[in-house]
Design a protein around this ligand. Structure first.
Ligand code: LLP
Length: 463
């Protein structure tokens, strides 16, 4: 079967493919360092290595689909965040992006704290030895059991999300004879998502207590009256995959505004503020994320300035990056199974995974890039759509991509920047077995989350 290359666009408007793809890259073999993890490179013989390991060998040893996580890159990003924020601030890694015991150990060693949002994440953190005082518990509907587990363990922070929760946490703390440090999560009236900065309709959401209608101030009043709770600060998280610092600046200003009100009303200066996570990463070379030191400077400056003008001492700042730490450090490796060419339109390339290991394309219309990594190719670029093996047409991994026209079953494709919210949101749809996560570093690879087996699936099915 011959597969012709498709030039940058279709010839007829009536077969115009949907999507907004850029023209084909000049060199399909190049691995753009903006989207690949630090140690991923193509060698002169055309093979690709990560952490000093040959990717085709990794596929043989660990199978596909699989996530390969560049441990050196992960640790370097942790260190960059720590160094940028310095001793006067705390960096809480958001475990929802991807959490495993190995990750917890790396975080512990690199001096990061950890934000968890469920009993499962908390159990993983404690089991792998994260000191409880470095853990923060989040969630808009924490169960009493989750609260008990957290208070009993002695977590350093519970972020209160509702009036009901204030009472629940206070009861648990009292019963266990503890005084639990808490922050109050407020909605500041900005919601920022990918390149957008929307200043309306933001309080209309399930999280937090609004500043605008006085709920946040009322929450402060209630918490300050309860002996079991020690109010340490105010928390705000404004969205995901954010590139523009303007939303954070508004958020910081409004949070400091509340600290000022609290001082004026109660004579109390709260010692902490947390500005959440949400910092964007490059999924494609068009994305232009901020570096940790730029983020730290922008946030530090605005908090300092606002506090000085309000006559407040500067509180201890914390942030909660998840995606920005783990996202760029992993790629998903797939094997090509079938290749279906639609003349004049595009070529559908089916891989051995799909929406069960990366739901983000189907769910958020997320954009990814993809490269042939088992060999180099000099073939023409072919407009392709990388799809999975699940039983629905929305099962798309990479909507629009150029791949070499000699692509064939058995070739290996890698999709970079899948470290965040891919394994953590993976499912067993169609009874797919969730892929392993393999950490690679300095010429060694080890499984940190193993591949699911049919026995795992059947064990849950108790007949
Ligand atoms: N802190 C809080 C309170 C959060 O709710 C989140 C994310 C973070 C920190 C970390 O945000 P990050 O730095 O990772 O963007 N499943 C979606 C993302 C949902 C994020 C939910 N909260 C995705 O795949 O894009």
């Amino acid at each position: 079967m011959s597969r012709s290359a498709h030039p940058a666009g279709p010839r007829h408007a009536d077969v115009l493919p949907e999507g907004h793809f850029s023209p084909p890259p000049t060199d399909l073999n190049a691995l753009d360092p903006r989207v690949w993890s630090r140690t991923t490179t193509r060698t002169e013989d055309g093979s690709v290595t990560v952490g000093g390991m040959d990717v085709a060998r990794l596929a043989e040893e660990f199978g596909t689909p699989a996530y390969f996580l560049d441990e050196e890159d992960f640790r370097a990003r942790c260190r960059a965040w720590r160094a940028a924020f310095g001793e006067e601030a705390d960096v809480f890694y958001a475990g929802k992006a991807f959490l495993s015991r190995a990750v917890v150990r790396w975080l512990t060693e690199e001096g990061l704290n950890l934000d968890v949002c469920s009993a499962g994440e908390l159990a993983t953190a404690l089991d792998a030895g994260m000191p409880a005082e470095r853990i923060a518990l989040h969630g808009n509907n924490k169960s009493t059991a989750e609260i008990e587990r957290a208070v009993e363990a002695g977590v350093g922070r519970i972020v209160l999300d509702s009036f009901q929760e204030i009472v629940r946490v206070a009861h648990v703390a009292q019963r266990l004879g503890r005084r639990q440090p808490v922050q109050i999560r407020v909605t500041v009236g900005v919601e920022a998502h990918t390149h957008e900065f929307i200043a309306t309709a933001h309080e209309d959401q399930k999280f937090g207590l609004a500043l605008a209608d006085g709920q946040a101030a009322e929450a402060v009043r209630r918490v300050l009256k309860l002996d079991g709770l020690e109010l340490t600060g105010i928390h705000s998280h404004i969205g995901s995959q954010i590139f523009d610092m303007a939303g954070f600046e508004v958020s910081a200003r409004r949070v400091v505004g509340l600290l000022t009100e609290v001082r004026d009303e109660h004579g109390v200066e709260l010692p902490e503020i947390d500005l959440g996570g949400g910092l964007g990463i490059a999924y494609t070379p068009d994305d232009d994320p901020r570096e940790p030191h730029e983020i730290a400077k922008a946030l530090g400056d605005i908090v300092t300035r606002e506090c000085e003008s309000a006559g407040l001492s500067v509180p201890r700042l914390s942030v909660e990056p998840g995606r920005a730490i783990v996202g760029p450090t992993a790629f998903t490796l797939y094997e090509v199974g079938t290749v279906k060419e639609l003349e004049g339109l595009r070529t559908y390339v089916s891989v051995d995974g799909g929406m069960s290991d990366n739901i983000r394309t189907a769910l958020y219309d997320a954009e990814y890039t993809v490269s042939l990594v088992s060999r180099a190719s000099t073939a023409e670029p072919m407009l392709s759509r990388v799809v999975g093996k699940h039983c629905e047409s929305g099962d798309i991994v990479v909507r629009d991509a150029f791949l070499p026209a000699d692509l064939a079953p058995g070739d290996l494709l890698a999709v970079p920047a899948t470290g965040a919210y891919c394994r953590s949101m993976a499912s067993n749809y169609n009874h797919a077995l969730r892929p392993p996560v393999v950490a690679v570093r300095e010429g060694a690879a080890r499984v940190i989350v193993r591949r699911e087996t049919e026995e795992d699936l059947l064990r849950l099915d108790v007949g």
